[in-house]
Design a protein around this ligand. Structure first.
Ligand code: GLN
Length: 447
């Protein structure tokens, strides 16, 4: 009830696309009754969770914050939803996000932007902006987002919460509305490391509906303890030398580097030679995959159909023209372009090769170091409306988050205090493949 109250009194933040009020209350009552009767309960009993509105939950609407799916109802639940419910989580509603998870400010939603609870004139970050503010503003205990190129980590940084992107292949994507399938991962947004680990433990592991999943043992909350060992940490030199990074973020990074060194950790600057290629490679591949994934919204199979359509071709054209927002259309067009005959080798195939190099070089670095430390984003939450006009400026903003996405590595954004304006700052740690347990054990150091 207190979470519902918090949602209602802060409705102006535009966090939820829908609140499952009656259902959440009934689920809570059911848990109370089972406690009273001495029945055994799941590991998440009583944990109130908000889910990003690109995660299917049977019998509930799922819109990806797009007009094209605004009235679409899921006919099955995502594997992660089934796993959360099986452990008695209470799902309180579906959170606003960028349309089809495309964006880094939550300003691309058909339902309007999400406001940052720390400063309502500023963005929440994105694309899981609603999920981040839901945790920041105490509207739920934890939230679930998706991260393709930073969408859990960057809004977590903008909102002062923890955001974890697991290794690619850790958590099932079955029932998640696809954006770029070779990058998409589900991740928790939480106030504590313990909650991030618990949610990871429950959501992770093989699933017959997602062939990309690893059979490696999943991280376990019972094994969790703060890691006090001395670490080898690399930090990205360019984060301190680049004029594009906010001064207060640089100072924050420096203060953590000094503290880590004072505590006996080895912290060394590294220069990532492929830095300039991270954002271009990510966007070429993500847009190519998106253009293919979004071909299914044709006005016939599901979702919005234009009332003006007169025949099959006009059904396709009008439904897609009217149903998709501007950024989604831009990406479909660019993605189709880089995949088309004559351009495929120059763009798509080239970007695949660059991705391979980025993955190899990053993994090499992680053979020498336990973690790579970077800011999560080059600046704190920015004012609403200022970046909408220039997509390239927006894309460059993802410079620190896309490396782990391209390489498939686990990465976490950790709250690192506020700047002089009271805006949250976040730092990112990238770890070795499937080293989430180690990553989370060490993350405690920052909190
Ligand atoms: N900002 C990036 C993009 O727009 C990442 C989004 C995401 O992780 N879903 O593609």
């Amino acid at each position: 009830k207190s979470y519902l109250q918090q949602i209602k009194s802060n409705a102006r933040l535009n966090v939820f696309n829908e609140v499952f009020e009656q259902e959440a209350l009934a689920a809570a009552k059911n848990i109370d009754e089972r406690i009273a009767s001495g029945a055994s309960l799941g590991k998440l009993a009583g944990m109130v969770i908000a889910i990003k509105d690109n995660i299917c939950y049977k019998g509930h609407k799922v819109s990806a914050s797009s007009k094209i799916l605004a009235d679409f109802t899921s006919i099955y639940s995502a594997t992660i939803v089934e796993r959360l419910l099986a452990e008695d989580a209470i799902i309180i509603g579906r959170c606003n996000c960028d349309e089809f998870a495309m964006g880094a400010a939550n300003e691309n939603s058909f339902f309007g932007p999400v406001k940052n609870f720390a400063d309502e004139t500023r963005v929440s970050g994105g694309s899981s902006g609603g999920s981040a503010v839901a945790v920041q503003a105490g509207m739920c205990h934890a939230a679930i987002g998706t991260d393709t190129g930073g969408s859990v980590r960057q809004p977590a940084a903008f909102c002062g919460v923890i955001g974890l992107k697991p290794t690619y292949g850790r958590i099932s994507r079955h029932g998640i509305i696809s954006y770029a399938s070779s990058f998409d991962q589900v991740g928790p947004l939480t106030q504590s490391i313990e909650d991030a680990l618990l949610l990871l433990e429950i959501m992770a592991g093989p699933d017959e509906f997602d062939g990309t999943l690893s059979t490696k043992p999943v991280p376990e909350s019972k094994k969790h303890s703060r890691d006090t060992g001395k670490k080898n940490i690399a930090y990205l030199q360019e984060a301190l030398s680049s004029p594009g990074v906010d001064d207060e973020i640089k100072n924050k990074l420096i203060s953590y580097i000094e503290k880590l060194r004072a505590d006996g950790h080895i912290v060394k600057p590294v220069s990532f030679e492929l830095l300039d290629y991270l954002v271009p490679a990510y966007y070429i591949l993500a847009m190519a995959e998106a253009s293919s994934n979004l071909a299914r919204y044709d006005g016939v199979h599901f979702g919005y159909r234009s009332p003006e359509a007169t025949d099959l071709v006009s059904t396709y054209k009008r439904s897609r023209s009217e149903g998709f927002g501007k950024e989604v259309k831009r990406r479909i067009m660019l993605g189709t372009f880089v995949l088309s005959a004559g351009y495929y080798d120059a763009y798509y195939a080239k970007a695949q090769k660059v991705r391979r190099l980025i993955k190899e070089k990053t993994e090499q670095l992680l053979q020498e170091y336990d973690f790579i430390l970077t800011p999560t984003a080059p600046e704190p939450a920015f004012e609403m409306g200022i970046k909408e006009k220039d997509p390239v400026v927006n894309y460059l903003h993802d410079i620190f988050t896309v490396q782990a996405s391209l390489a498939g590595l686990p990465a976490i954004s950790l709250p690192a205090g506020n700047n002089s304006k009271g805006l949250p700052l976040g730092l990112q740690l990238i770890a070795k493949n499937f080293a989430e347990q180690e990553l989370l054990s060490f993350s405690d150091y920052f909190l």
